[in-house]
Design a binder for this molecule. Structure first.
Ligand SMILES: NC(=O)c1ccc[n+]([C@@H]2O[C@H](COP(=O)([O-])OP(=O)(O)OC[C@H]3O[C@@H](n4cnc5c(N)ncnc54)[C@H](O)[C@@H]3O)[C@@H](O)[C@H]2O)c1
Length: 282
């Protein structure tokens, strides 16, 4: 018995990284899966590898007609829609505010935030009619604290958290749940700056290097893996989380706690007797 037996899931950005790991896990747990991505060759190859019950469509998540189309295609192919995972993304505009062109602002917000709005807009009517569904989106730890990622990535991911909560409030009475995930440092082509459709070998090499770098940056001293986030998505997609809505699930190896304990200042990690403070003489 799979945890997603009988369920149908639509996963954006399912060709690579977190999305691809989630496609594999959902398929292994019994779901029928539609992959929606721009990297059509890679998405088609993954669908062909997994076989029956997995299909792929080209979709730009920033375009309303594409998102509406892939929702309709999913229902046409598999008969229903139980899970939407809004996961596609990219790094967006980099650098100071003063150097950021408005076109890059628009593109960043379109891909990272408008996409989530479009996903909820077009999937929710199907799920409301079914009176069940789970909408999941990939935010980031950047969405809950500044200074980890670029400005607009941070702003867009914070928007994903609040869009999740606002939508959850509206859809709860239809038993449609809306949650998001805030991953920490995950070894994927995006984080390594190497989209796989350009050169799969280069992407693998860069991701391996990043994995080594990521290992030392959070209290649990190994890099985050795409499968770590896929496991959270599985929980949110499954009936095990049926009373959970409007949440932002942090999965970051403790990154948001601070640096690994032994890398903190000695005054934090070593016992020193209190000497200079004496309430009796103050
Ligand atoms: N890797 C990390 O450290 C990390 C941390 C926090 C959050 N995230 C988020 O996780 C999500 C997945 O990223 P990943 O790290 O797996 O990266 P990835 O590059 O491995 O995968 C992203 C996928 O999204 C697709 N995509 C990009 N733009 C698209 C568009 N306009 N329409 C459709 N598909 C599009 C890409 O083709 C790719 O297959 C993103 O939203 C990202 O912001 C990643």
């Amino acid at each position: 018995m799979g945890q997603l037996d009988g369920k149908v899931a639509l996963i954006t950005g399912g060709a690579s990284g977190i999305g691809a790991a989630t496609v594999r896990l959902f398929h292994a747990e019994g779901a029928k899966v539609m992959i929606a991505d721009l990297q059509t060759d890679v998405a088609d190859a993954l669908a062909a590898e997994l076989g029956d019950g997995v299909q792929a469509r080209r979709c730009n998540v920033a375009k309303e007609e594409d998102v509406a189309g892939v929702v309709a295609d999913t229902v046409a192919a598999f008969g229903r829609l139980d899970v939407l995972y809004n996961n596609a993304g990219f790094g967006g505009a980099m650098g100071p505010f003063k150097d950021t062109p408005v076109e890059e602002y628009d593109m960043t917000m379109d891909v990272l935030l408008k996409s989530v709005f479009l996903g909820i807009k077009h999937a929710s009517p199907v799920m409301m009619d079914q009176r069940s569904g789970s909408i999941i989106s990939t935010s980031s730890i950047c969405g809950i604290a500044p200074g980890i990622g670029p400005h607009l990535y941070t702003v867009a991911k914070a928007g994903v958290v609040m869009m999740t909560k606002s939508a959850a409030l509206e859809l709860a009475e239809y038993d449609v749940r809306v949650n998001c995930i805030c991953p920490g440092m995950i070894a994927t082509p995006l984080a390594a700056g190497a989209p796989i459709s350009r050169d799969a070998d280069r992407a693998t090499h860069r991701v391996d290097k990043l994995r080594g770098f990521n290992a030392g940056v959070q209290p649990i001293e190994r890099s985050g893996e795409a499968t770590d986030i896929a496991n959270v998505a599985l929980f949110l997609a499954s009936d095990a989380s049926e009373w959970m809505t409007g949440t932002a699930q942090v999965m970051d190896g403790g990154y948001t706690l601070g640096r690994p304990w032994r890398k903190l200042a000695p005054m934090v990690t070593e016992h020193r007797p209190i000497r200079l403070y004496n309430p009796d003489t103050m």
